[in-house]
Design a protein around this ligand. Structure first.
Ligand SMILES: Cc1cc2nc3c(=O)[nH]c(=O)nc-3n(C[C@H](O)[C@H](O)[C@H](O)COP(=O)(O)O)c2cc1C
Length: 365
């Protein structure tokens, strides 16, 4: 029988991966008081395979980085200690575990901020209130534009978070440069209205992201650093007038730092001839990037196998399918049916329901 492309081994830097199926970073809002909880041990170890790559949920780099209830952080000693048993459990099962380090910027509100201060951003433009699928409306507070001389402090927060991640035992970090959060608020021209050296030209808008990459690489080594980018996304009022140029400029610049991987999110899916189609517009960036290339966004088994076989990506990250199928690699191997995900419990706070109670293949048979 021909091998299943997603289940072939891959060498990512010094990491020997046994397959190409990556756990995408997934915010689960179950880290009470921004401290990772013991129930995450079971959640992540359920999704661990020997030689499989897992990316932890977005994890705040500082006390100004938060914009959602109960998301974990990695800036205090207590948080670092709380991550340790979770990382240990993944390592005991042979997994490779990266921590996604994150700052929400203006995707926040006064009540998430220290002393009720304004969220920080590249800009003082406020995000329009967003309506969730369930009809509830999320409002954001007006942000405060960072002054030029405050920016090194934020870069330093990412550096310290990376150091803390290594201290907690993680194999590396993924810098969250996607989905309308702080780094994208600098990169994209819908949000960045600065007139200093961090605004205007593409080079200037990418300066903040690349300063973070450089600082993190210096701190923990390029072979432990990945980044996630979503040049085509338009979440949180963050979009770019030329996403191809932005993505291309970023990967070319990342090559200078020799980082381990670039993780890119596909543009939104479109309906072509009645079938949902992944646009596959990342190819020029994949070709230009020297490291490991991870694609994400709307993949299923068939589409994942296709892009691995074609060399469009080295690895494929799965979000919702992996959330609902802790044994996703096994199910892909057997071409077994999948559990449906329950959107209603994505962001609830229960330590079990919708979190660790999705059945494994044996128990669902
Ligand atoms: C519940 C949930 C939480 C998410 N949290 C994050 C996150 O913390 N960081 C991130 O970069 N993307 C996050 N995403 C996006 C996913 O990583 C992924 O890119 C997206 O779900 C599309 O992939 P999929 O079609 O395989 O689900 C989240 C998505 C979902 C559904």
């Amino acid at each position: 029988m021909a091998p299943i492309p997603l289940l072939t081994p891959y060498k990512m830097g010094k990491f020997d991966l046994s397959h190409r199926i990556v756990l995408a970073p997934l915010t689960r809002t179950r880290s009470y008081g921004n401290v990772p909880q013991p129930h995450a041990i079971l959640y992540y170890s359920q999704r661990t395979t020997k030689g499989g790559l897992l990316i932890a949920e977005a994890t705040g780099v500082s006390d100004t980085a938060q914009g959602y209830p109960n998301t974990p952080g990695i800036w205090t000693k207590e948080q670092v200690e709380a991550w340790k048993p979770i990382v240990d459990a993944v390592h005991k099962k042979g997994g490779v575990f990266f921590c996604q380090i994150w700052h929400v910027g203006r995707v926040s509100a006064y009540h998430y901020q220290p002393n009720g201060q304004a969220p920080i951003s590249s800009t003082d433009k406020q995000i329009a209130p967003q309506t969730h699928p369930d009809g509830t409306v999320e409002a954001y507070s007006p942000p405060r534009r960072l002054t030029t001389d405050e920016i090194p402090q934020i870069v330093n927060d990412f550096r310290l978070a990376a150091r803390n991640a290594i201290e907690a035992g993680f194999d590396g970090v993924e810098i969250h440069g996607a989905h309308g959060y702080l780094i994208e608020q600098f990169m994209k021209d819908s949000a960045n209205d600065r007139t200093d050296e961090y605004g205007g030209s593409l080079e200037n808008r990418c300066r903040f992201a690349l300063e973070i990459v450089e600082a993190v690489v210096k701190e923990i080594g390029a072979d432990r650093v990945g980044i996630r980018l979503s040049p085509f996304a338009d979440y949180m009022d963050c979009w770019d007038s030329n996403p191809e140029a932005l993505g291309f400029y970023m990967v070319k610049s990342l090559n200078k730092y020799n980082i381990l991987y670039c993780h890119m999110v596909e543009p939104r899916m479109s309906i072509v001839e009645g079938r949902r189609q992944i646009p596959h517009r990342l190819l020029p960036m994949r070709k230009a990037f020297n490291g490991t290339f991870i694609a994400a966004g709307g993949y299923d088994r068939e589409e994942g196998n296709k892009v691995i076989a074609e060399g469009y990506a080295d690895l494929v990250a799965y979000g919702r399918l992996f959330l609902a199928n802790p044994d996703l690699p096994k199910r892909f191997e057997l071409n077994a049916p999948l559990n449906q995900y329950d959107r209603a419990t994505f962001y609830t706070s229960d330590p079990v329901v919708g979190y660790t109670d999705y059945p494994f293949l044996e128990s669902s048979a």
